[in-house]
Design a protein around this ligand. Structure first.
Ligand code: ACM
Length: 640
């Protein structure tokens, strides 16, 4: 009898284990098109092998990388072969024909017997593999082999494909140079969330990063400045004797290596040569490219102030950082540069910048005045448009398509130009209405250099973009024909980013929000709480991968208004649900034994500091924030 009872309970236990439904959807970012959870799981073990039903080299590469990764993390030799007899505990990669999933889509089925990833193209298998990794235990991201992990993959059935073909992340390597290995690491990070394009900002006032044969000074002079720290834009100007030894550049071999590395991971690289503004590194190398040449006038910028932004856009330059549209040497220079850029980068587009070009030196230039007369140009926007149209011809003569920031609309858009809309979405709307291709990357949703929370705790930048707001990014504005919207992109400018640790902090988790905006179908968006919880599920994976991310989504948001000349009202809220905020006005560190925030606060008469921290249940989750009352009063005054 006792034996029967034991067997009964054992059966009950087995039954409940097997009948427990997985919830696979909560593991995945970006959210797939469709996902059905199954019961039970596939176990990766010593018997697991990978079978690929194709001899295509790209398929083989995906199979090989899956084999390498699984062997490393599980400690079992997970081999791959084209041999069908490798049956049993099997992961199968196959090429199929299924018009419904397109070139990058995939079908992933996990049963207790087999994992199958099927796609039309190798890229689809690659994205299916990324999804598979997210289904596996977090140790799949580990840098070192960990024993005693159960390599379970929950049973499920997923059909998935991207909403947009252009899923970009921009990496500015001009403001700070990042090594070849850093760039590869960036690519490794982005593909986990199914980005397929790295926009590589290679030139700017602070550095020219690409070797151009026949123009050696671009990298001998243009790639180097003086390292400064503090608030970018306010650094003290370097003295003539300070060594210019901070920076670096990529040789053409380096570029080829990175392009190949990206291609192997189904990532296109969009090179950007930012002209005619943002060109101080080029002008410091070849001063004759400026309308105001002078051998010793120009140095690569080290973050000192060179622009006056008080009048808005375009800025007023204190030092001429522009190429001269009235100078034929400029077009010869650009022809040389674009010839080599076109040869190095297989991607169909070259980005030519065009943003934030000051015109005050052009206005005073006799050469520009003569050009305007000769060409019938009535203002400075038309001068820039003349430059862009000539540059478009150069780019097209190299077999490439021309793309620029939305300023290239001003003064008349070049005939075939594609526009990257950054100053909001308006430029993108205007260009799409003129039947030009558009990539949306507005500051309002997609600028990863902006602060992710309150300025009292975040590293200082002039603007803020909360994760919550980034999640609301919608690349296709109302009334615009979607066929002109190639997709969307998040941009990481690096004025304040000196290393990969801080890069991770700035990029993640916001780049997950943008990844979801460009991958996930529109009807599966608008689910902030669900997204926030999936983002949280990713954080342990970042820890395993030793990639930094910002915990800012856990910090409270401060809103302040004036009650009277001396009194303010402070309202606190959180981006994510279910957090409690505890506070103090007495300078001590609050915890969950302190007053809990329930309604607007007014500081006691002599209080100097409001300290706050968020908790989830009885666990601190946000950071301890010390907000000076003076700062809040200033903010309230500003709002008046
Ligand atoms: C830009 O952010 N200046 C394109």
């Amino acid at each position: 009898m006792r034996k029967n009872v034991f067997i009964f309970f054992l059966m009950l236990l087995c039954f409940s284990a097997f009948s427990q439904k997985n919830n696979v959807a909560e593991l995945l970012v970006p959210a797939p098109v469709s996902v059905t959870s199954g019961t039970g799981e596939f176990m990766i073990n010593a018997k697991t092998s990978i079978y690929i039903s194709s001899s295509n080299v790209d398929v083989k590469r995906v199979g090989e990388s899956l084999s390498k990764k699984l062997s490393f993390v599980t400690g079992h030799a997970v081999s791959f072969s084209e041999n069908k007899s490798a049956a049993g505990n099997r992961i199968r990669l196959s090429i199929i024909k299924d018009a419904s999933i397109g070139d990058e889509g995939y079908k992933l089925n996990v049963s207790q017997q087999e994992i199958s990833i099927a796609a039309n193209k190798p890229a689809g298998l690659f994205y299916g593999m990324q999804t598979l990794f997210q289904l596996m235990p977090k140790e799949v991201e580990e840098k070192q082999f960990t024993k005693n992990v159960k390599w379970k993959v929950p049973a499920c059935s997923i059909t998935d494909y991207p909403r947009f073909a252009w899923r970009g992340l921009m990496f500015d390597v001009s403001r700070h140079f990042f090594t070849k290995d850093d760039v590869k690491e960036f690519i490794d990070q982005m593909v986990k969330y199914k980005y397929n394009l790295m926009h590589w900002h290679l030139t700017d006032d602070e550095g020219w990063r690409i070797e151009i044969k026949g123009l050696p000074k671009l990298t001998e002079v243009g790639a180097w400045n003086v390292k400064k720290v503090g608030y970018f834009g306010t650094f003290s100007p370097p003295t003539p004797d300070e060594p210019r030894n901070y920076g670096g550049f990529y040789t053409q071999d380096d570029i080829r290596e990175i392009v190949k590395y990206a291609q192997d991971r189904f990532v296109n690289i969009l090179p950007e040569i930012d002209v005619p503004g943002h060109s101080l590194a080029a002008v410091a190398s070849y001063h004759e490219l400026s309308c105001t040449p002078g051998a010793d006038k120009y140095h690569v910028r080290s973050g000192e102030e060179i622009m006056d932004w008080s009048q808005g856009q375009p800025p007023i330059a204190m030092l001429d950082n522009t190429l001269c549209p009235a100078n034929e040497k400029v077009y010869e220079f650009l022809d040389k540069v674009m010839t080599q850029v076109a040869q190095l980068f297989p991607f169909e587009y070259i980005h030519v910048g065009g943003d934030e070009c000051p015109k005050n030196f052009w206005e005073k230039s006799d050469a520009i005045k003569a050009l305007m007369k000769k060409e019938g140009l009535k203002d400075m926007d038309e001068v820039q448009s003349y430059f862009e149209k000539r540059l478009e011809k150069i780019v097209e003569s190299k077999g490439k398509k021309f793309m620029g920031w939305d300023e290239i609309l001003q003064g008349g858009l070049a005939p075939n130009a594609a526009v990257m809309s950054w100053r909001g979405i308006e430029g993108g709307i205007a260009a799409a209405k003129m039947k030009h291709n558009v990539v949306m990357s507005p500051t309002t949703f997609a600028y990863l250099d902006y602060m992710q929370g309150d300025a009292v705790i975040e590293p200082h930048v002039y603007e803020t973009l909360l994760l919550h707001k980034a999640y609301d990014f919608e690349p296709v504005p109302e009334g615009v024909d979607p066929k002109y919207i190639l997709g969307g992109q998040a941009n990481l400018w690096t004025e304040q980013v000196y290393n990969m640790r801080h890069l991770g902090y700035m990029v993640w988790p916001r780049a997950m929000a943008i990844a979801e905006a460009v991958w996930t179908p529109k009807d599966k968006r608008n689910r902030w709480n669900d997204f926030a919880s999936r983002v949280e599920n990713q954080f342990p994976r970042f820890n395993e991968a030793q990639v930094k991310y910002a915990p800012s989504m856990y910090d409270p948001i401060f809103a302040v208004s004036k009650i009277d000349s001396n009194k303010i009202k402070i309202e606190l809220s959180t981006q994510i649900e279910g957090l409690d905020i505890y506070y103090s006005f007495d300078n001590s560190f609050p915890d969950n034994f302190y007053p809990k925030y329930t309604s607007a606060l007014t500081p006691p008469e002599d209080a100097v500091m409001l300290k706050v921290i968020t908790y989830r249940g009885n666990k601190p989750i946000g950071r301890m924030i010390s907000m000076p009352i003076e700062e809040l009063k200033k903010r309230a005054d500003k709002k008046e």
